[in-house]
Design a binder for this molecule. Structure first.
Ligand code: PLP
Length: 564
C-alpha cells in the first residue's frame, strides 16, 4: 500500500515515510492510494478476536508485509495495548434506559485516561521501531566507517491538555526520540498539567509558555516553518494529521461493532443497525469511523458532535465550510472556550481527508466532463487544493449540492451548548427520581447511573437530539429498514470524567440542593491519587518569542547531541 497527498502533489509514499513525515510537502495530508478489501470471511473470522489480534489484522491491510513483517507488527500492537487497564482495551457498556438503545464505547482506559492513547501508544512504538531499524541498517551497511550519525527525531507539539499528555506517555523513554511539548502556563487543567510534568524520563521536556494555546501553536508552526531548524533537528509531528493515528483508531469501530452485536445476541435480540456518535474537534476520531465504513463495516451513520465551535456541524448542515460566521476580524479568529476544551478548534485539520473522498466520488460521476483529466484521484487532488486555497484566502468555500448530499448520507451532525452538556452529565449520573440517596442505597432506581465526562456528554446529547429529529429511525419500536432491524447508537466516550473534574462537579452541583453528597474522590482513579504532589520537571519559557523556545530546545538538545 502506497500513500498519496490529498492535494495531489505527492504520490508513492511508503507507510514509513508517510508516518515519519506527518504532513505531505505540498501541505496536504497522506491517505492510502486505495481502500483495501476485507477478507471474505471477516464478519465471522474476526468477530471474537481480542483487541490486539483484531488490530494486527486491520493494520496489516494498510501496511505492506515488506514494510513491517507480521510478527513485528503483532509485537508492536501487543506492546501498545498492554499499557491499557481494561482487558478488552476499549469496552462497551449499555447507557441509560434500555428503550433508548444506547451504548457507550469507553476509550479512556489507556495511560492518560483519554482516547488519544489508543493512537499515541502505537505511534510511539512505531517511531521507535522505524528509527532503530534505520540505524541498524546503516550500521550493517557501513561497518568499517565507525561512528555514524544516528537517525533520530525531535517531536515538537503544542497542547491544550489531552494531546500533550497522551504524546508524552506514548513517547516516554523511546530511543532516538526527543519530545518537546508546549502548553499554555496555568491554562491546562491541574490534572493534565500534573500528568505531563510528572513524567521524568530524560527524553521528555515540558515547556510552559506564558500565553494561550494559540500562542503555543503559533510557535510550533513557526518552528516547522523554519527549514534550517526543521532539518537540523529532524522535527516530527504527533498531531492528529498523522496517518498512523487515524489508522489505529479504526480498530475500535470494528471491535465495538462485534462486541455490541454479540451482547445483543446474548440478550436474545436480533442483529442491529449501528449509529456512532463522536465528540469531534479535529475530525480525527470520526474520520477513523469513516475509514471503517469504507472498508465495509456496516455503520448506518456517523454523527459528528461539536460544542459551540461548530464549523463541522455548519458544514454538514449547509455544505459551506466557513471558519467563522461573524464579520468582526478579531472575534472571527477566536476559539470559543467551552467545557469540552479538547474540542475547542476553529478549523478541523483532518476534514481535508474526507473532502478528498467526496471530491473523488464526485469526479467519478458528475464531474468528469469538466476536466481534461479523467482520473478521479487526480481530479480529487485538484479539487481539494482549490478548496483549501480558497479557504485560506477567503475563510470559506462551498461544495456542490450533490457533494453535500452525499456527505449527509453518511454523516449527521449536532452542535451542543455548554448548558446542555452540564444538563446531560447531571441527568445520566442522577436519573429521574433521584432523591439524595447515596451510592450505597440498594434500590437500583436510585443508584447513580453513569458519570460522563463533558466531551462524552456532548456526544450523548447529540444522540438524544438525533432521536428527536428522526423518531422513525430511533423510536421505541421503529424497524426502519427492509430487514426489520432496530437501530442502536454507540456513543464514543473520549475521556474519563476525573480528567475534567471542574466541569463534572459543576454539572453535579448545578441546581441541586443535595450537591454535597457528591464526592469526587469516590470516582477518582487510583492513578490520580497523589499525582498532584509528585515531583515535576518543566521549563518555564519567558514570554514572547519563538526565539526563546528555539533557544530552549537547542540548549536542551545540545548536551544530548554531544553525548551521542
Ligand atoms: C482530542 C479529543 C477529542 C476530539 O477528537 P478529534 O479526533 O480531534 O475530533 C474529543 N474528546 C477528547 C477528550 C479529546 O481529547
Amino acid at each position: 500500500m502506497k500513500y498519496l497527498s490529498t492535494r495531489g502533489g505527492a504520490v508513492g509514499y511508503s507507510f514509513e515515510d508517510a508516518v515519519l513525515e506527518g504532513l505531505s510537502p505540498d501541505g496536504g495530508l497522506f491517505i492510502p492510494e486505495s481502500i483495501p478489501t476485507l477478507p471474505a470471511d471477516w464478519a465471522e473470522a474476526w468477530a471474537n478476536l481480542p483487541f490486539a489480534d483484531l488490530a494486527t489484522r486491520i493494520l496489516r491491510l494498510f501496511i505492506d508485509e515488506s514494510e513491517i513483517p507480521t510478527a513485528d507488527l503483532a509485537a508492536l500492537v501487543a506492546k501498545s495495548y498492554r499499557t491499557f487497564r481494561h482487558p478488552e482495551v476499549t469496552p462497551v457498556r449499555p447507557l441509560g434506559h434500555p428503550a433508548d438503545r444506547r451504548w457507550v464505547l469507553e476509550l479512556f482506559h489507556g495511560p492518560t485516561f483519554a482516547f488519544k492513547d489508543v493512537a499515541l501508544q502505537f505511534l510511539g512504538n512505531l517511531f521507535e521501531y522505524f528509527l532503530e531499524r534505520r540505524n541498524q541498517r546503516d550500521a550493517a551497511a557501513h561497518k568499517e566507517e565507525g561512528h555514524l550519525d544516528p537517525h533520530f527525531i525531535t517531536v515538537v507539539g503544542a497542547t491544550s491538555g489531552d494531546t500533550g499528555s497522551a504524546a508524552i506517555y506514548g513517547l516516554r523513554n523511546k530511543k532516538n526520540v526527543q519530545v518537546f511539548i508546549l502548553h499554555p502556563k496555568g491554562r491546562v487543567s491541574p490534572i493534565q498539567e500534573a500528568q505531563m510534568t510528572t513524567v521524568l524520563d530524560p527524553n521528555i521536556h515540558n515547556l510552559a509558555v506564558q500565553g494561550t494555546f494559540d500562542d503555543c501553536q503559533d510557535i510550533v508552526k513557526a518552528l516547522f516553518g523554519n527549514p534550517a531548524f526543521r532539518t537540523k533537528h529532524h522535527l516530527g509531528a504527533i498531531n492528529s494529521i498523522n496517518w498512523a493515528r487515524i489508522l489505529a483508531q479504526t480498530v475500535y469501530y470494528f471491535h465495538s461493532y462485534f462486541a455490541v452485536q454479540r451482547q445483543l445476541r446474548e440478550q436474545g435480540h436480533g442483529p442491529a443497525n449501528l449509529v456512532y456518535t463522536v465528540p469531534s474537534g479535529n475530525f480525527g476520531d470520526v474520520l477513523a469511523g469513516f475509514y471503517a465504513k469504507q472498508l465495509g463495516l456496516p455503520i448506518q451513520r456517523l454523527v459528528v458532535a461539536t460544542n459551540a465551535n461548530d464549523i463541522l456541524d455548519r458544514f454538514f448542515t449547509t455544505g459551506r465550510y466557513e471558519k467563522s460566521t461573524v464579520t468582526d476580524a478579531a472575534a472571527a479568529s477566536a476559539v470559543s472556550e467551552t467545557l469540552s476544551p479538547a474540542m475547542d478548534i476553529l478549523v478541523s485539520s483532518n476534514f481535508e481527508r474526507l473532502l478528498w473522498y467526496l471530491a473523488r466520488d464526485y469526479a467519478a460521476t458528475a464531474g468528469q466532463a469538466q476536466s481534461g483529466n479523467n482520473n478521479p484521484s487526480v481530479q480529487a487532488g485538484e479539487m481539494v487544493r482549490k478548496w483549501m486555497d480558497q479557504f485560506k484566502t477567503t475563510g470559506s468555500f462551498t461544495v456542490d449540492a450533490s457533494i453535500h448530499q452525499v456527505a449527509q448520507q453518511t454523516f449527521g451532525s449536532v452542535a451542543v451548548s455548554d448548558a446542555d452538556t452540564l444538563d446531560t452529565i447531571h441527568r445520566y449520573y442522577r436519573p429521574a427520581g433521584w432523591n439524595g440517596a447515596t451510592a450505597t442505597d440498594s434500590s437500583p432506581k436510585q443508584q447513580p447511573q453513569y458519570l460522563l465526562d463533558p466531551h462524552t456528554a456532548v456526544g450523548v446529547k447529540a444522540a438524544e437530539v438525533m432521536a428527536t429529529r428522526h423518531p422513525d429511525v430511533y423510536g421505541p419500536t421503529s424497524r426502519s429498514d427492509a430487514q426489520g432491524r432496530l437501530t442502536y447508537t454507540i456513543c464514543l466516550s473520549t475521556a474519563h470524567p476525573a480528567k475534567f473534574s471542574a466541569a463534572v462537579t459543576q454539572a453535579l452541583t448545578h441546581g441541586d440542593s443535595s450537591a454535597e453528597t457528591f464526592q469526587f474522590d469516590d470516582v477518582l482513579p487510583p492513578e490520580f491519587v497523589g499525582l498532584l504532589e509528585k515531583p515535576r520537571r518543566c521549563i518555564d519559557v519567558a514570554p514572547g518569542t519563538v526565539e526563546k523556545v528555539k533557544e530552549t530546545i537547542e540548549e536542551t538538545l545540545g548536551p544530548i547531541e554531544t553525548a551521542q
